[in-house]
Design a protein around this ligand. Structure first.
Ligand SMILES: NC(=O)c1ccc[n+]([C@@H]2O[C@H](COP(=O)([O-])OP(=O)(O)OC[C@H]3O[C@@H](n4cnc5c(N)ncnc54)[C@H](OP(=O)(O)O)[C@@H]3O)[C@@H](O)[C@H]2O)c1
Length: 255
C-alpha cells in the first residue's frame, strides 16, 4: 500500500496528462499517480509516454497506461477519448500540457511554424476537452487544467505563434470554465515562467542568463513548482477556484 499520509489523495480518480512523456507533464503524471490516481499518459512518441508509464508502474503497479497520440489530430484524439474511457471506466482530471515551440521573428516565420504551434498548443486542448468532457461532467469533482505560459500574458519577440497559442488557451480556459461551471467542473490555466526542461535547455546560454536576470526570485523554476499547483487545483481544496490564470514564474509577471 502506498503511504498517502499528509498528501492530497486521488484514490479512485482517473487523470489524463498530455505531453506526459517528459518535462512538466512527466512530473505531473508521476505526482498524480503517487497520490493514488490512475493516469493515462499521452505524448507524441510511444517511447516517451511509455517510459513515464513504465516508471509509474514500477513503483505503483497498474496505475498508468501510455498512449502515443498527436493531440493536434482531432479524429485520433476522439478515438483516444473512447479508448481511455474503455480502459479506465471514466476520466475525472484532464491536464492539457502538450506543447511545442517553433520560434522565429515574424519576418522569417513560416506558415508551417505558425500552424504547428497553434494546432498543438491550442487546437490540441480543444480536441481533448471535446473528447473527455462527457465523463468529466459526470465526475464528482471534474477538473480541467491547461498549461499556458507567461508568454501568453506578456508576448515575446520571436514567439508570436507561441504567444498567440497560449493567449488563446487562456481565453479557451475561461470559456470552458463558464460552460462547465453548472456541472461543478473547474477549468483553470497555469502560466509557468521559465522552467528547467528540454524546452528551455534548447535556449542559448546568453539568452538563459538574460532571462534569469529578469526573474525576481533569481532562477528558473523546477517542474515540481508547476506540479505542486496542478496537484492543488486537481484536488477538492480548489473546488471554488475556476476560470483563473495562475502564474508560476518566480515573480516575472506581477499584476
Ligand atoms: N519549460 C518551460 O519553461 C515552460 C514555460 C511555460 C510553459 N510551458 C508549457 O508547459 C508545457 C510542457 O513544457 P515542457 O517544457 O515540459 O516541454 P517538453 O519537455 O518539450 O515536453 C513536451 C511534451 O509534450 C509532448 N508533445 C508535444 N507535441 C505533442 C503533440 N502534438 N501531441 C502529443 N504530445 C505532444 C511531447 O511528446 P514527446 O515526448 O513524444 O516528444 C512531450 O512529452 C508546454 O505546453 C509548454 O508550452 C513550459
Amino acid at each position: 500500500m502506498r503511504s498517502l499520509r499528509g498528501m492530497q489523495s486521488f484514490e479512485g480518480k482517473v487523470a489524463v496528462v498530455t505531453g506526459g512523456g517528459r518535462g512538466i507533464g512527466g512530473s505531473i503524471a508521476k505526482a498524480l499517480a503517487a497520490r493514488g490516481a490512475k493516469v493515462a499518459v499521452v505524448s507524441r512518441s510511444a517511447s516517451s509516454c511509455g517510459a513515464t508509464a513504465e516508471a509509474i508502474n514500477a513503483e505503483f503497479p497498474e496505475m498508468a497506461k501510455a498512449y502515443a497520440v498527436d493531440v493536434a489530430d482531432h479524429e485520433a484524439v476522439a478515438a483516444l477519448g473512447k479508448q481511455i474511457v474503455s480502459d479506465f471506466g471514466t476520466v475525472d482530471i484532464l491536464v492539457n500540457n502538450a506543447g511545442v515551440t517553433r520560434d522565429g521573428l515574424l519576418m522569417r516565420m513560416k506558415e508551417e511554424d505558425w500552424m504547428t504551434v497553434l494546432d498543438t498548443n491550442l487546437k490540441g486542448a480543444f480536441n481533448t476537452v471535446k473528447a473527455f468532457m462527457r465523463p468529466i461532467m459526470k465526475s464528482d469533482g471534474g477538473r480541467i487544467i491547461n498549461i499556458a505560459s507567461v508568454i501568453g500574458l506578456m508576448g515575446n519577440a520571436g514567439q508570436a505563434n507561441y504567444a498567440a497559442s497560449k493567449a488563446g488557451l487562456i481565453g479557451f480556459s475561461k470559456s470552458v470554465a463558464r460552460e462547465l461551471a453548472g456541472r461543478a467542473v473547474t477549468c483553470n490555466a497555469i502560466a509557468p515562467g521559465f522552467i528547467a526542461t528540454d524546452m528551455t535547455d534548447a535556449l542559448p546560454e546568453n539568452v538563459k542568463s538574460e532571462i534569469q536576470a529578469k526573474i525576481p526570485l533569481g532562477s528558473f523554476g523546477s517542474v515540481e513548482d508547476v506540479t505542486n499547483l496542478v496537484v492543488f487545483l486537481a484536488g477538492p481544496g480548489a473546488r471554488y477556484i475556476t476560470g483563473q490564470v495562475i502564474a508560476v514564474d518566480g515573480g516575472m509577471t506581477m499584476h
